[in-house]
Design a protein around this ligand. Structure first.
Ligand SMILES: [Zn+2]
Length: 221
């Protein structure tokens, strides 16, 4: 079997294992945690990538297809620097409110395709805009071998008046091994809090891994 075929079958095994469900966190003995960022790529993504390079942190970016078309270089930089890209739809709609399953498929498949063309990778993880998902979305995710990723650490950094201190607290206070922290790269509060978030989670003994690396721990058990 060629290495590519092995890779393909591993991702579809992972996808079928988690079919029809959302991953919020993983039960693991490994001291690992996932930092995830939605809605890029944008200038905020770039700022975070510079910090992560300096701090040797790996993260996962759930990108919008429409933004990838505007910022292809940042999209490629995410992959070149060892991070993971997930699918966050093309235009960020409430998927269950779309008129048909075809419209849902178009949002997700077109984003897979622009990421493939731009960064030469096929995403295996997906996050629904507004974490809003239904059976039709699960059906499409199954067709495309995508796993739905939610979070158990919501920083609420999308709130316009949230402060860096509040984001820091929500991202770190109860965070433990196997957790998935949800943030947005466009949030100034998140970017301001990020050096402290990294320092504090590291002080708890946690390592930063991509979502797929964390899922691989679960499938091993
Ligand atoms: Zn979003």
């Amino acid at each position: 079997m060629s290495p590519q075929l092995i890779l393909l079958s591993a991702s579809s095994i992972t996808a079928s294992l988690f079919a029809g469900t959302n991953i919020t966190n993983i039960d693991t003995q490994e001291q690992i945690v996932c930092l995830t960022f939605d809605d890029g790529p944008n200038s905020g993504t770039k700022e975070l990538l510079d910090l992560f390079k300096l701090e040797d942190v790996k993260a996962t970016f759930f990108v919008k297809g429409k933004e990838v078309s505007k910022e292809p270089d940042i999209c490629r930089k995410i992959i070149a620097e060892g991070h993971e890209i997930g699918n966050h739809t093309y235009t960020h709609p409430h998927l269950p409110e779309l008129a048909s399953i075809e419209a849902i498929r178009e949002e997700i498949a077109s984003t897979q395709s622009i990421i493939e063309t731009t960064a030469q990778v096929t995403p295996t993880v997906f996050r629904a805009p507004y974490l809003n998902i239904n059976d039709d979305v699960y059906t499409v995710l199954g067709e495309l071998d995508l796993v739905s990723i939610h979070s158990n650490r919501h920083t609420q950094d999308w709130k316009p008046d949230i402060t860096a201190d509040e984001v820091f607290k929500l991202a770190t206070e109860s965070t433990q091994a196997g957790d998935i922290v949800l943030m947005h790269d466009w949030s100034p509060a998140t970017r301001e809090a990020m050096p402290r978030i990294i320092e504090t989670l590291r002080a708890k003994g946690l390592r930063f891994v991509t979502v797929s690396e964390m899922l691989a721990q679960q499938t091993k058990q």
